[in-house]
Design a protein around this ligand. Sequence first.
Ligand code: BYC
Length: 317
Amino acid sequence: MTAATTHEPDLLAAFEETIARHDRIEPRDWVPERYRATLVRQIAQHAHSEIIGMQPEGGWISRAPSLRRKAVLLAKVQDEAGHGLYLYGACETLGVTREELVERLLDGRQKYSSIFNYPALSYADVGTIGWLVDGAAICNQVPLCRTSYGPYGRAMVRICKEESFHQRQGFELLATMMGGTEEQRAMVQESVDRFWWPALMMFGPPDADSPNTAQSMAWGIKRDTNDELRQKFVDMTVPQARALGVTLPDPELRWNEERGHHDFGEPDWAELAAVIRGEGPCNAQRIAHRRRVWEDGAWVREAAGAYAARPAPEVAP
Ligand code: BYC
């Protein structure tokens, strides 16, 4: 990433032409500072979400109801760690270090997805998180495979493949429970009731109140608006809910023949704003846990750094 010097207008024109051609921007290309800062903000928030997102489900690994469920959940939570690492790697190509990004998360300058500030209270929540949360993530992330910044788009391709698998495992878990006892069916419904509205909030505020969407769309960072993606998610999820036999907790949800989409109720935007401000049910717990493991892992980073810094051993001729 080279700094603009004497030829900034030429550099800006080249950048804008690349965006207009829908070509990729790569790490060595000159970019306006605001483009770089927007990408760092979004990719870092995404990376933090993957890492913090390990916590609600991770708490159920030791309490999984069978060896098979435990193996599946372990693999899923490990995948989320991998996604975080690809995304931190993509972010580092923009000239920030991972340590700096973690600091910004821990002191509240950077955010992570609001959804992970809600608790996972029952094993049905593991299924609901896979079905609805990974389902919403897929809607959001598939278009990001075509984002204008190369390293972000390429990370998203692999992440999306794994998220699709996660969504299916969540659906399969819920379908199994729905075929079980009355009590199990009630657990699934109760879980869906709690997660439906927070899942809709994952897409961000409505377009009219989203300060970043217009510029991010103009730069090809985002390919769809928050409201477009939310609609896509609702349309995709309604038939799946019907197949499962669960009710989505929205009395205004119905098919609109004219629009060719489902109409649905308004999420509680004041609740989203409060959760983003740090006032959700689990914000303090999530960050305290992240801070604790970051501090506990200091010796690992130190050891890895010390090894990397050692001069190569001399080899006898
Ligand atoms: N939560 O102008 P807007 C996963 C913030 S995890 C928190 O619309 P933008 C998984 C927003 O950052 C995948 N904050 O912003 C892992 C901005 O504040 P700042 C998570 C939110 O960036 C484990 C302000 O509100 N996915 O897959 O254009 C288990 C104004 O918003 C939220 C991603 O991170 C929110 N929900 O659009 C299972 C996708 N919404 O930064 C699954 C990548 C808004 O200016 N991120 N804010 O202080 C994005 O696509 C976009 O950043 C957003 C927001 C759609 C989230």
